[in-house]
Design a protein around this ligand. Structure first.
Ligand SMILES: Cc1cc2nc3c(=O)[nH]c(=O)nc-3n(C[C@H](O)[C@H](O)[C@H](O)COP(=O)(O)OP(=O)(O)OC[C@H]3O[C@@H](n4cnc5c(N)ncnc54)[C@H](O)[C@@H]3O)c2cc1C
Length: 446
């Protein structure tokens, strides 16, 4: 059993980078003495570097990197005057500082600040995490189980390392990552011809090189576009049909939408009805393609779009491909392809179910209400601190907070705001003093 921590973060990715920098800064400024452990199973920024699936690293990041770990730099809202000092200190972790430190800033600006690749973003996150050190401990281990301690007051995290299993406790926990691919009905006979949005990129090498294969990409969002961009490069002789349940749409990115990402309070997000919030997320984040990437395939004859919701995948009539069953406004139809990629989205709850033992899952439901049976994409009771509402000790799941708290919390849209919200319960004294003096970092939140 290792020492107790204020906070444990599972996953050293984008959200961990945002929170770790804020803790480093608060500790360095003398505003707090927080201790945080970041536990990462693969490598720092594993999701972005191109070595661990989901991306080759070459695909473009949909968001501008200047929405960096401190963005939107409005910490005065959560922490009063101390927030201004926090944001000033956060300036050492900006994307621009990273580019200056690696001597590429002028070249990037002169090129018109173009989109960056996933691997560039991964490099940035690694750079950030290697510098956010004050109060931060890293552990390379895969978290295999999360439970409550006997008193039900602390989280006990079990981590599998090379040397065996270790246990770590904390009074709050952050779970990160996008989750696992959504269930995709397909028959066992075609399993080798089915890929998923989180399939390791090398698995796609099963598509034979130099042949004119026909690949179905199912999904109308970022991961469908990401898979299409990747496969066009990997197998230039292939053709692709992207199946979207509704007409394919590009992402709404006007100043108005962007402002809601940076500051959901500007529209009093929590007071909007569910349908309005769902519609906003749908046209600005989920199930939409980012315009610059879409532009790159606009004149590509190899890529076509089809309207239909794929409901089942079976074997093609000749036994050498897949047959998709699709529902469209005109009725049900079948279509055959050589391979299919399931890019219908991620299911974070499905992944979390595997982390908590049955007794803990039951205890969580006893405190917060029905949770584990909810379908992917449904609203989860997430509070202002991006925590599961009603759960003590705090369990922060920002990836599930998009619908309840604001569209930027489930992605990279507002990592600075996300970290403020998560840390608010631990830094409650900073806000109430408003003077930059912390009163009591261990004071429980009312
Ligand atoms: C291909 C792709 C492209 C995307 N592009 C964009 C984009 O351009 N803009 C945008 O806003 N959003 C994008 N997203 C959404 C993105 O997933 C979220 O923004 C992301 O989840 C935010 O970072 P994170 O810290 O939650 O997760 P990540 O950065 O994915 O970090 C999670 C980390 O947790 C680790 N981990 C997982 N399970 C365990 C375990 N049991 N034990 C220990 N460690 C574990 C992983 O190895 C990983 O390093 C993209 C997602 C995908 C899949």
């Amino acid at each position: 059993m290792s020492a107790d921590h204020d906070l444990i973060i599972v996953g050293a990715g984008a959200k961990a980078a945002g929170i770790a920098t804020k803790v480093h800064v608060a500790n360095t400024l003398g505003l707090a003495r927080l201790s945080v452990k970041v536990i990462e199973g693969t490598e720092v920024a594993a999701s972005w570097k191109g070595r661990n699936g989901m991306t080759s690293g070459e695909e473009p990041l949909a968001v501008t990197p200047i929405k960096d770990v401190g963005f939107p730099y409005r910490s005065h809202v959560e922490f009063g005057e101390a927030g201004e000092a926090i944001d000033a200190a956060m300036a050492q972790f900006t994307w621009q500082q990273h580019m200056i430190a690696t001597r590429r800033y002028a070249r990037w600006v002169d090129a018109g600040s173009p989109q960056v690749r996933h691997r560039d973003y991964g490099e940035y996150l690694s750079w950030v995490l290697s510098r956010a050190t004050e109060g931060i401990e890293h552990l390379r281990a895969r978290v295999s189980q999360v439970a409550l301690d006997e008193g039900g007051e602390r989280w006990v995290v079990e981590a599998e390392e090379d040397g065996g299993t270790s246990r770590h406790t904390s009074r709050a926990l952050v779970l990160t990552g996008p989750g696992i691919h959504r269930a995709f009905p397909h028959e066992p006979a075609v399993v080798d011809r089915v890929f998923h949005c989180d399939s390791k990129r090398e698995e796609f090498a099963r598509i034979p090189e130099g042949e004119r294969c026909d690949v179905a990409i199912v999904g109308g969002g970022e991961s469908a576009l990401s898979a299409t961009m990747f496969l066009r490069e990997l197998r230039p002789d292939c053709s692709f049909t992207v199946y979207t349940p509704l007409l394919p749409m590009s992402r709404g990115e006007s100043v108005l939408e962007n402002r809601v990402f940076s500051n959901p309070d500007v529209v009093e997000w929590e007071s909007l009805d569910l349908q309005t919030r769902r519609d906003f997320v749908k046209h600005s984040d989920r199930g939409v393609f980012d315009p610059p990437s879409l532009g790159k395939i606009a004149y590509d004859d190899r890529v076509e779009f089809a309207l239909g919701r794929v409901t089942d995948v079976g074997e093609a009539a000749n036994g050498e491909g897949v047959s998709l069953e699709c529902e469209s406004p005109e009725g049900v139809f079948q279509s055959e392809h050589d391979y299919v990629a399931n890019c219908t989205g991620f299911d974070l709850l499905a992944q979390l179910r595997t982390l908590f033992p049955a007794a803990t899952r039951e205890e969580i439901e006893r405190r917060v209400g029905g949770l584990w049976g909810r379908p992917a994409g449904s609203e989860v009771p997430i509070g202002r601190f991006l925590e599961l509402r009603g759960m003590q000790p705090c369990l922060h799941i920002p990836g599930l907070a998009g619908l309840s708290q604001g569209p930027g919390f489930a992605n990279l849209g507002a990592l600075g705001l996300l970290s403020n919200r998560v840390l608010q319960p631990l830094l409650s004294g900073v806000h109430s003093s408003g003077s930059g003096e912390i009163l009591d970092t261990h004071k429980p939140v009312a």
